[in-house]
Design a protein around this ligand. Sequence first.
Ligand SMILES: [Fe+2]
Length: 240
Amino acid sequence: MLQCLDENIWVAEQPQKYFGLSIGTRMTVIRDQESCRLIVISPIKPTLDLDEELSELGVVSDLVAPNSYHHLYCNEFKHRYPQAKLWGSSALKRKCPDLLIDNLLMPAGPSPWAGIQICSLSGLKTMGPLGPSPLNEFAFCHVPSKTIVLTDSAFNFDYTFPWLTRFTTRIAGGYNRLEPTILERIASSDKDSLRKSIQEVLSWNFDRVIVAHGAVVEFGGKAMLTSAYSAFLGGTVGSV
Ligand SMILES: [Fe+2]
């Protein structure tokens, strides 16, 4: 179930639908080299097989809800790993008071984890049934493997997805290209804030991009993300 992408970083996937569309979802596991602590970003539904694989890698110490939508399995995970600290934004805590959040992800200040950079993507929204909805998303960079972890700020669907997903994302964006969809483009009106956030992400030293929905970009991710957000926000965002 867990796929190793590089030293101390793994992903695991599961099927997921959003308004009837098969988009899948992906969890990222980062291991601290020194302590063998495992940081689980965007947890998927836990299973016995997943438990076993995680136990072979280290001790689950941190669970991270990276935005206001990717929290569905956090409590289930937390019940299985009660010693682990659940992290989420203050907005998520207000939205889902039943979530067992231990620690808040802060929009500014140092990263809580060694070897992992973190950035709040302020200004990023998606269009929901009731209108624009803040994603309150955080991006992460695993410095040793030059890998960033994005959740709903960029997508990269490919031929492995069902035809309806391919058809829809060819039109809406995010098919065979690392980019936000039209839902984020029309909902994110505070482009200045978003530009500032993306500039910070693009200042990181990375090549690989893990997305929650679509295929992992193994090489050239920084150039792709620069291109996508330059097209979205106008002008050139960041430098490659
Ligand atoms: Fe998502």
